[in-house]
Design a protein around this ligand. Structure first.
Ligand code: UD1
Ligand code: CA
Length: 459
């Protein structure tokens, strides 16, 4: 054991070779997303935040996809395939090569517990630094059915009894095995190698390591973590529970940091959503991946944002859609039924009603009238619309890209703009209006005569 606990080396083994049968899915369970990110990536992130840089992934189906989903710049990982599924101890041994490199600490975690945070992982390693050989992360629960029970006496963990193997008295225990544990890295292979499979399921249970370690004079303890963090995912219904818990946790953290949410339970965040102080998020707003919102911005109800940046004090919605590449300047406004895609809206500019702005640049303080459309696509290629600052785009304008409108230019309502407009020019791109005096009366009389003739025929 390394004396200085801050210098102890650690390998984390993530078990994710399960068949995911109960998910009824064509892909591995750990690829299913929580907050728009694969479950396994959340686990890797918790490990990285706990300061663990070496990871061994024990995989079965979809190994390549899971490896890609687990990629994280802060960690180095190796992949180990468990070809037969003979239990959690057998699964850890699939990573024998990595463990044999020699670490002070070995952490075993599951790929399907994405709510785990760094705190229990750090606490478990502390237990090893204090001299334990095995530290199990446990939790108290009202309904322990199905979990391994922790048999603790005088602070020592004596054994973990799997539900199927437990006596009635043992089943009454509510302190359970979360499945995650830390093991003395120098002894791990020897201890796990001594685990047998004489139990109800005929599997090699990692949980038996407690009794194996004690039999050779070692020490085992349990550290408690909140039940929520150890929520596992076996079914889609449990996936939805995990999503809800994740959302609750993140919304709460954001509100504590100064973000206002009027009905937080209706706001959906992504794993990477960033919202500044004094921003207000109204009910029923959805944040897809890659959104940053600066301080003081207001996102009105029913808006959907993805891959977008919202500047300070900007106002979005209600019913706005920001798609990838939308960049809204400070104090800008994007109103109802407006879609912005891959476009910059300058500071203080307004696109308030029923518009589509794609592949465009809009200068500061420009006003884009209701129903303006950038015609950015010719069926094969996308083209760019550039609008200068302080311009005025009349309602119902079609801007046929590629096209440029200068600073301070005016576009008459209903125009179809196909040619560039210079600075400070007014562009009319529509037919001139003609009034025919009295013509409406003639048309009415003619139409009435047609109707009367039809009635007569019908008789
Ligand atoms: C396990 C624990 C139980 C604990 C519970 C917490 C054991 C024997 N039991 O039970 O004490 O209360 O977790 O949720 O450890 N896996 C493999 N290969 C295998 C077997 C499992 O990769 O051969 C992976 C699974 O994909 C999963 C994890 O290990 O991620 C746990 O396996 P699972 O069969 O779900 O264990 P439980 O019966 O839930
Ligand atoms: Ca399980």
């Amino acid at each position: 054991m390394t004396a200085d606990r801050t210098k102890r080396t650690c390998l984390a083994v993530i078990l994710a070779a399960g068949e995911s049968t109960r998910m009824k899915s064509s892909k591995s369970k750990v690829l299913h997303p929580v907050a728009n990110r694969p479950m396994i990536a959340h686990v890797v992130d918790a490990l990285a935040r706990a300061g663990i840089a070496d990871i061994a992934l024990v995989l079965g189906r979809d190994a390549e996809k899971v490896e890609a989903a687990a990629k994280n710049a802060a960690v180095k990982s190796t992949v180990h395939i468990q070809t037969e599924r003979l239990g959690t101890a057998h699964a850890v041994l699939a990573a024998r090569e990595a463990i044999a490199r020699g670490y002070d600490d070995l952490l075993v975690v599951f790929g399907d517990t994405p709510l785990i945070t760094e705190a229990p992982l750090i606490a478990a390693r502390e237990g090893l630094a204090d001299g334990a050989d095995v530290v199990v992360i446990g939790f108290e629960t009202a309904d322990p059915t199905g979990y391994g029970r922790l048999i603790v006496e005088n602070g020592e963990l004596l054994a973990i009894r799997e539900h199927k193997d437990a006596t009635e008295t043992e089943r009454a225990i509510t302190y359970c095995n979360g499945g995650l544990m830390a093991i003395d890295g120098r002894k791990a292979l020897d201890l796990i190698g001594r685990i047998g499979n004489e139990n109800a399921k005929g599997e090699y249970y990692l949980t038996d390591i407690v009794e194996v370690a004690r039999a050779s004079g070692g020490r085992a303890i349990a550290v408690a973590a909140p039940e929520e963090e150890l929520t596992g995912c076996n079914t889609r219904a449990e996936l939805a529970v995990i999503e809800r818990l994740w959302q609750q946790r993140r919304r709460h953290a954001m509100m504590i940091e100064g973000v206002s949410m009027i009905a937080p339970e209706t706001v959906f965040l992504s794993y990477d959503t960033e919202i500044g102080r004094d921003a207000t998020i109204e009910p029923n707003v959805v944040f897809g991946p890659g959104v940053t919102v600066e301080s003081g911005a207001v996102i009105h109800s029913f808006s959907h944002l993805e891959g977008a940046h919202v500047g300070a004090d900007a106002e979005i919605g209600p019913y706005a859609r920001l798609r990838p590449g939308a960049k809204l300047g400070d104090g800008s406004k994007v109103g109802n039924f407006t879609e912005i895609k891959k476009a910059e809206v300058g500071a203080g500019a307004k696109v308030n009603h029923l518009s589509y702005i794609g592949d465009a640049f809009i200068g500061a303080h420009t006003n884009v009238g209701a129903g303006t459309i950038t015609c950015n696509y010719d069926g094969i290629n996308k083209h760019i619309t550039r609008i200068g600052s302080d311009a005025f785009i009349g309602s119902n304008t079609s801007l046929v890209a590629p096209v440029t409108v200068g600073n301070g230019a005016y576009i008459a309502s209903g125009s179809v703009i196909t040619a560039d407009v210079p600075d400070d020019a007014v562009a009319f791109g529509r037919a001139r209006q003609e009034n025919k005096e009295g013509r409406a009366v003639l048309i009415r009389e003619r139409n009435q005569a047609i109707k009367d003739a039809k009635k007569k025929d019908a008789r």
